[in-house]
Design a protein around this ligand. Structure first.
Ligand code: FES
Ligand SMILES: [Fe+2]
Length: 380
């Protein structure tokens, strides 16, 4: 029997709530439901294509360009308008007999399907097709391509598979407010990386939102807990995102206050913010450091609930500091410690002795927010 809403209920009150059951992390049926709900209704970073090293915004910059992309196994394409310069996203599936429309990057005012010649304009509208004259009730609404919500943000592209999705601007309003004074990272480093790691995608999101483990998994001496002032750690919960931030143990490792809004300033003690760690529902993290931005995506692997595809991009603001990120911001060390800890948790999940957990009310608001949102989204 697949898991029921009742078996996955996560109480609003953290003092009463239980975590999602272990089965939600290991059963393929649950992952399928997530792909159909969580991942069909949320903003997803469009992964870069392997065959062109340029960021997608550059690949789609000129009039009429179109680029095939793939999002969680679904073929899509991005299209820059011919007449209006608007960026659009469409399913890469012809409405006639489902042939892929865009096989490689191309450009022009009209898109012609390679299988039987159906033509679409850059807004996805059916234009014509040989042999289709004089049909009754044609073209229907569904003969045009479905335009999917798309957004370009700080040189990255995001798509939502739900045409009625909450707008990108609304979903990202708190993030944008926190970055209002920060220079946009222009300089993408060639270290874009994709690797497969152990554990369900939710374990990685949960762990990211879990400040409780920092004092243990990233403990002193030499751990992240040494580089930050753990007592100043803040978790801010929003509708579609969570911000975690903390002051640096050494002011020289923190942000110049001029690039952050006033609420992050500390005029009395002169402490400086070590990082802004933004989690964006359901599986994206934007990690802003004085050296720049590290972007991580925890992609589920369809059919394999115990694996996660980890996408990783870096954008530099300050190249010199970026070169010191392992020494001062402990990037690789924290990453390795987390990957190891989660591989251990994966074994526990499958042990047959994994009861539903509880949450420490002062330390686990982030994980509670996440478990609750998964349960709500999967079961509606
Ligand atoms: S599948 Fe595209 S025209 Fe037939
Ligand atoms: Fe960690």
């Amino acid at each position: 029997m697949p898991l029921s809403a009742e078996q996955c209920h996560v109480d609003d009150d953290i003092r009463r709530a239980e975590s999602l059951p272990a089965r939600a992390f290991v059963e393929p049926e649950f992952l399928e439901r997530e792909l159909d709900t969580v991942f069909k209704t949320s903003w997803q970073l469009v992964p870069e294509r392997g065959d062109d090293p340029r960021p997608l915004d550059e690949q789609t910059a000129s009039r009429g360009t179109r680029v095939p992309v793939s999002l969680l196994g679904r073929p899509l394409f991005l299209q820059r308008g011919w007449d209006d310069d608007v960026l659009r996203a469409f399913p890469n599936t012809c409405t006639h007999a489902w042939f892929p429309l865009v096989l490689g990057a191309s450009r022009g005012p009209t898109l012609v399907c390679g299988q039987h010649g159906r033509r679409f304009d850059c807004a996805g509208k059916f234009v014509s097709q040989p042999g289709f004259q004089g049909l009754e009730g044609f073209p229907r609404e569904c003969d045009h391509l479905t335009s999917l919500p798309v957004a370009a943000w700080r040189r990255m592209m995001f798509v939502n598979l739900d045409p009625a999705a909450r707008s990108f601007a609304d979903s990202w309003s708190e993030i944008d407010a926190s970055l209002a004074r920060m220079p946009a990272p222009e300089d993408r480093l060639p270290s874009a990386e994709v690797r497969e790691i152990a554990g369900n995608w939710k374990q990685h999101a949960w762990n990211y939102l879990d400040r409780f483990h920092i004092g243990y998994v990233h403990r002193p001496p030499g751990g992240l807990a040494d580089a930050i002032e753990l007592g100043s750690y803040k978790t801010e919960l929003y509708e579609d995102s969570v911000l975690q931030w903390v002051y640096a143990a050494k002011p020289e490792d923190g942000f110049d206050p001029a690039v952050l809004p006033e609420r992050f300033h500390d005029p009395k003690k002169g402490r400086r913010v070590f990082a802004l760690w933004w989690f964006v529902w359901p599986n994206l993290t934007l990690n802003f450091y004085p050296w720049g931005l590290s972007v991580n995506v925890y992609q589920p692997v369809p059919g394999r609930p115990d694996a996660t595809r980890f996408l990783w991009y870096q954008w530099a603001i300050d190249r010199e500091k970026h070169a010191e990120r392992d020494k001062r911001w402990l990037s690789s060390q924290v990453d390795a410690e987390d990957v190891d800890a989660l591989a251990q948790v994966s074994r526990g999940l499958r042990s047959g002795f994994a009861p539903r957990g509880r949450f420490a009310p002062d330390d686990e608001q982030g994980p509670h927010w996440f478990h609750k949102k998964v349960a709500r989204t999967v079961f509606g």
